[in-house]
Each structure stands twice: as structure tokens, then as C-alpha cells.
Design a binder for this molecule. Structure first.
Ligand code: ADP
Ligand code: ASP
Ligand code: MG
Length: 418
């Protein structure tokens, strides 16, 4: 997805998410933003999500028709949401006296692997996009979708996938990348849970990757991976104001903090598989089976006592059916050895300073304890500490951690004692 040689750098990719395009008035508002950018002399590519809750509604509809919808047909269904929004945008831009053209992912040359419902973009050949830009048109590309040459089928990119469309298009066109949503940037925590959360001016790719992986859905994980891989700076900002947002880029400013943000997820499920070990099924085989169903395994804990080996791992609720399918196919595995616990969530602290400061884990656990939150499982990376907790405790945990690390205050956090 390297930039096309000779392609202009005066191109901007502007991405608008579902809430930003939820109704006709908002579509007309966003169309005016696209036109305003075009009138400043830049070439404009807009990529938009499906309107409001369209994707959820289509998923619910599929579930009412079929208990286990076929993934290929799901992609045929889900990709329509973005196509609708895209065509409506082109109409709204026409009404403002500018030329516009809408393309599906495949018309825009977005080529993916063949994994239905969570395909990865492999390559973009934006011939038609470049041609339309050359003719002065505003180009609208349907987000969240592509096309697999292997199967000749439409694919979708996973929830929040329009962010990935935007970054990949920006990389291919050598364009700048602006991701607009209903928040003014990336905050120290989800502002819906912590109203006095602070907007971060700059976040490094490394920190944003950990934040996205641990649930901060303001940017999709895969989009941040693509941005880092192709050196695309993302400006995450608001659809409804002109204030500067958050820059996601290689390096962040050193603000003297260890923890920069608290993130959370609300849809984790814990699987525990007992009876593994010598002469029986191995934990590697279990994880391989789960991976072959394209499940992203999150926290993993392996405990061995005498000959008994127990493997525990968490997955997102979206991946539960695929995980059950993988485990059911394991012939040497007795179903009584598998336990599944739902209604879980995760609270995490993220910050590049965690790697070089002792005592952050102790402070995290103390804050959770003080707020009556008991972690069930913990996982760490050099710059993140994540705790799997009961879903009912997540919001309390997020607020407690945000306070404990003084994240609302503009000044640096107080030093860690003891
Ligand atoms: P869009 O539909 O535009 O893609 P999303 O709903 O995917 O927008 O992402 C924006 C939402 O992300 C916000 O409404 C906010 O509730 C949530 N969010 C979670 N964590 C954060 C965070 N750290 N900073 C900003 N927003 C966050
Ligand atoms: N419409 C898709 C979703 O709801 C993709 C996106 O919004 O980016 O996940
Ligand atoms: Mg999103």
C-alpha cells in the first residue's frame, strides 16, 4: 500500500463515523465540510460509515432470520450500509454545486484477504479514485469493505473498519488523514464514563495501539496498525466543531506521566480449559484451533500443577461462537473440561512511562481495591496493565483509576509512594 509514485500530497482523506452521518441533516452538514475542504484547493476523498446504528440493525436482522448467519452472506448484507451512506453523500455534495462520485470498496480498488467479517486490507489500486480526483471531483468511498481476489467476493473489515479504510486510502494516495467522530479527540478515558477526562494533544502509535487493543474504540486497532506501518499521521477530531483534535503519530510529547490513559471494554468472555497436559491435548493445540477460526485471543493464563494443566483465555463477545466451534472440534477434549464465563469487562492503564517506573501495578491494584473492584485475571505489556473484571464493576474501576493517576489535571501526576 505504498503511495502511488508521483501522487499529489495535497490530498486529504476525511472519514466520518456512524453518529456523524446518522440522519439527512448531518449528512448535509458533513457534505458542507467536504466542500469547504475542496474549496481550499485540496483534493478530497471522503470515506463514510453506515448511518447511525445501521450495522447493528442489519446484524440483528440477520440473527432473526438465521441463528448462525453464513459469513459470506453477512458481508454481502453489512457492506450495504456504507454504500447507502456513500451514495447519499454524493447527492448532498451535488446539491452544493460540486461534482462528486461514490464508489464501493471494490470499485475503489480496496483489495483484502478472504476472511469474511474481519478481512485485512492487502493492497489498494485506486485507479478510479485518482481519475475522479484528477477531474476535480470529491470522491466518496464506502468504508468498512473491500474485495478478495481469491474468492471474488465482497468482504468487510471488522467493526469500526471505516477507520482502516481511511488510513489505507491515505497511505495509498500519499494523503493526510482526518478521522472525524462525535468526540473532539482521544481522551484520557472515555468521556461518556469520565466527564472530566482530558483531551490528549498527541498520542504515540505505540500508546494508541495499546489503547485500541484494550477497548478505546475511538480508533480501530487495525487502523492504528496500518498508520504505524505506513507512517500515516492521524488527526482524530470532531465532526461538529473546528477545534484541533488529537494527533496520533510516531512520538508523543513527554509530559512527565507514567500513565496517560485508562481504557475499558465491556464484552469479554473467559474460557477455561482443564485436563490438558502430557498424553492429552496440549494448550498449543487448543490455541491453534482457536486461531484457525480467526479469533483474537486476549489475556492468556496457563497454570500447571503436577500433571494437570489449565489454560484460561479471554475473547471478545463477538468471537464466542467461533471459539465454541473451535473447541467443539477438538476430539480429545471433553466438553465438561471447558468452562465459559460471560458478563466480564476489562479496565486498563496505558502509558509509555509504565515501562520505566516501578510501582504502577501496585498503585493500579490499590485503586481498584479501594473502589471494591476485584480483578479476575491480569495481563501486562511493557506499557499497559489490564485487569479482567466483572462487567458491573468496569465503570467504577475506570473512574477510580482515572482519579488515582490524576489524569484530569493538566499538571503531571504525583509521584508514586512506596
Ligand atoms: P465513530 O462512529 O465516529 O467511528 P466511535 O463510536 O467508533 O465513533 O468512537 C467514538 C466513541 O469512542 C466516543 O463516543 C467515545 O464514547 C468512545 N471512546 C472510548 N474511549 C475513548 C477515549 N479514550 N477517547 C475518546 N473517545 C473514546
Ligand atoms: N459500520 C461499521 C460498524 O458499525 C463500520 C464502521 O462504523 O466503521 O462497525
Ligand atoms: Mg468507530
Amino acid at each position: 500500500m505504498d503511495a502511488i509514485p508521483g501522487s499529489p500530497t495535497d490530498t486529504v482523506v476525511m472519514k466520518f463515523g456512524g453518529t456523524s452521518v446518522a440522519d439527512p441533516a448531518r449528512i448535509r452538514h458533513v457534505a458542507r465540510r467536504l466542500v469547504a475542504a475542496r474549496e481550499q484547493g485540496v483534493r478530497v476523498v471522503g470515506t463514510v460509515s453506515a448511518m447511525g446504528r445501521t450495522t447493528d440493525t442489519l446484524l440483528e436482522l440477520a440473527g432473526r432470520v438465521s441463528p448462525h448467519p453464513d459469513p459470506r452472506e453477512l458481508d454481502m448484507l453489512l457492506s450495504t450500509g456504507e454504500r447507502i451512506a456513500c451514495a447519499l453523500f454524493a447527492m448532498a455534495v451535488h446539491d452544493l454545486g460540486h461534482e462528486a462520485v461514490s464508489y464501493t470498496g471494490s470499485q475503489a480498488g480496496i483489495l483484502t484477504d478472504a476472511v469474511y467479517t474481519k478481512a485485512k486490507i492487502r493492497e489498494i489500486t485506486p485507479v478510479r479514485v485518482l481519475d475522479a480526483l484528477e477531474r476535480g471531483k470529491i470522491v466518496l468511498v464506502a468504508g468498512f469493505q473491500g474485495f478478495s481476489r481469491d474468492t471474488m467476493d465482497v468482504t468487510t473489515l471488522g467493526r469500526g473498519g471505516t477507520d482502516a479504510t481511511a488510513v489505507a486510502l491515505a497511505a495509498a494516495l500519499g494523503a493526510s488523514c482526518e478521522i472525524y467522530s462525535d468526540v473532539t479527540g482521544v481522551f484520557t478515558a472515555d468521556p461518556r464514563i469520565v466527564p472530566d477526562a482530558r483531551k490528549l494533544a498527541v498520542v504515540s502509535y505505540e500508546e494508541m495501539l495499546e489503547m485500541a487493543a484494550s477497548g478505546a474504540k475511538v480508533l480501530m486497532l487495525r487502523a492504528v496498525e496500518l498508520a504505524r506501518g505506513h507512517g500515516v499521521r492521524i488527526h482524530a477530531r470532531s465532526t461538529f466543531s473546528d477545534e484541533p483534535g488529537t494527533w496520533v503519530q510516531e512520538t508523543a510529547l513527554d509530559d512527565g506521566r507514567t500513565v496517560r490513559a485508562v481504557t475499558h471494554s465491556l464484552d469479554d468472555v473467559l474460557f477455561t480449559v482443564r485436563g490438558l497436559g502430557e498424553g492429552k491435548r496440549s494448550s498449543a493445540a487448543i490455541l491453534r484451533a482457536v486461531a484457525s477460526e480467526h479469533v483474537n485471543v486476549d489475556t492468556i493464563v496457563l497454570s500447571a500443577e503436577k500433571e494437570t494443566v489449565e489454560l484460561a483465555f479471554s475473547v471478545a463477545a463477538d468471537d464466542v461462537l467461533a471459539t465454541r466451534r473451535a473447541l467443539a472440534q477438538e476430539e480429545q477434549l471433553d466438553s465438561s473440561e471447558v468452562r465459559e464465563v460471560g458478563n466480564l469487562g476489562k479496565v486498563s492503564v496505558v502509558g509509555a512511562g509504565i515501562r520505566s517506573h516501578a510501582g504502577i501495578a501496585a498503585r493500579t491494584f490499590r485503586a481498584l481495591e479501594e473502589h471494591g473492584v476485584g480483578p479476575r485475571m491480569i495481563s501486562t505489556s511493557p506499557i499497559k496493565i489490564s485487569c479482567l473484571v466483572d462487567r458491573a464493576d468496569v465503570e467504577r474501576g475506570v473512574r477510580g483509576l482515572h482519579e488515582a493517576f490524576s489524569l484530569s489535571a493538566a499538571a503531571a501526576e504525583p509521584p508514586t509512594e512506596g
